[in-house]
Write a protein that binds this ligand. Structure first.
Ligand code: GRG
Length: 275
């Protein structure tokens, strides 16, 4: 992997980690629960947001706060997804899940609180910048893409749809995974005043990158038989070819931007990652 890309990834991750670790103050048990839920992760969505933002303007506090909100939403979805009523997972990021370490009721409330805080943070940006119509639009887009027709709809399909084909599966991936990637890039583009053509490129790149991310996840999974996994629909060779196809699409799209080396390398990172 390109060394300067990895340095950039680490610098970005550090910005998020420095702002998010022990974010919630106080010494109550619930503060501990909230901080536990957000203490780890690759920080891909906020990094995607910040790097997209930098295609248009230098990083500022609006960008960092928006990026943090994306990470709060992502973490709320993981805490709730791990609950016994949904995926019933006891471990995530090599640690006990929130409900497993604390309790189910605290995990439900933790997810609720993270989601609310994400929007509280964004409303604060709107209060501070009341004339920024693009910021308002980006807040609306984030809530749409993460909402009942977006990411949550992916979870509904995962639970209730009879997935018979690869196409059914990809629709779930689009909703569950790609939507937050799209939110990251589209919102950054909106706030950065990208024109309509550029916004469309950002959305398409984010969609294709989300599928690459998900296909890599599937290929890394060894016990996939009873799960939603592309390998239950096609052979490994075919999945690897498909992954390359989506990766190439990303690279073709991002050629439309100047100074977009990071986004070329990001595709390779997504395809080559081993965790
Ligand atoms: C609203 C409950 C609820 C669910 C919405 C996002 C989602 C649907 C469920 C979360 C679980 C899941 C398997 C989502 C697919 C996307 C995915 C692979 C998430 C993990 O993302 P990473 O690898 O996580 O970026 P880290 O740990 O790095 O933050």
């Amino acid at each position: 992997m390109n060394k300067s890309f990895l340095v950039k990834m680490n610098e970005n991750k550090e910005i998020i980690d420095n702002n998010i670790i022990n974010y919630f103050k106080g010494n109550k048990l619930f503060t501990e629960v909230l901080n536990y839920a957000i203490s780890d992760g690759k920080r891909i969505r906020p990094i995607l947001f910040m790097e997209t933002y930098k295609l248009f303007k230098p990083l500022d506090d609006i960008a960092i706060q928006f990026a943090l909100s994306l990470e709060f939403i992502h973490n709320y979805s993981l805490v709730h997804d791990d609950l016994p009523a949904l995926d019933n997972d006891n471990f995530r990021r090599d640690k006990p899940t929130v409900h497993h370490k604390y309790s189910e009721n605290l995990a439900i409330l933790c997810g609720d609180a993270l989601l609310n805080h994400a929007y509280e943070n964004i409303f604060q940006l709107l209060v501070d910048n009341p004339n920024d119509e693009k910021l308002i639009k980006s807040a609306e887009q984030l809530s749409f893409l993460a909402g009942y027709e977006g990411m949550i709809n992916g979870q509904i399909m995962d639970l209730y749809k009879n997935v018979k084909t690869k196409e059914d599966l990809f629709l779930i991936y689009e909703k569950k995974t790609c939507n937050l990637f799209i939110a990251a890039m589209k919102c950054a583009g909106l706030i950065g005043r990208a024109d309509d053509d550029k916004l469309e490129y950002l959305v398409n790149y984010a969609y294709n990158l989300g599928i690459c991310f998900q296909l890599t996840d599937d290929l890394l999974e060894s016990n996939y038989e009873d799960e939603l996994n592309v390998l239950n629909f096609i052979q490994k060779d075919e999945a690897l070819n498909l992954l390359q196809e989506y990766a190439t699409r990303c690279k073709d799209i991002i050629k439309h931007f100047d100074n977009s080396e990071f986004f070329f390398d990001l595709v390779d990172y997504m395809v080559e990652r081993d965790y």
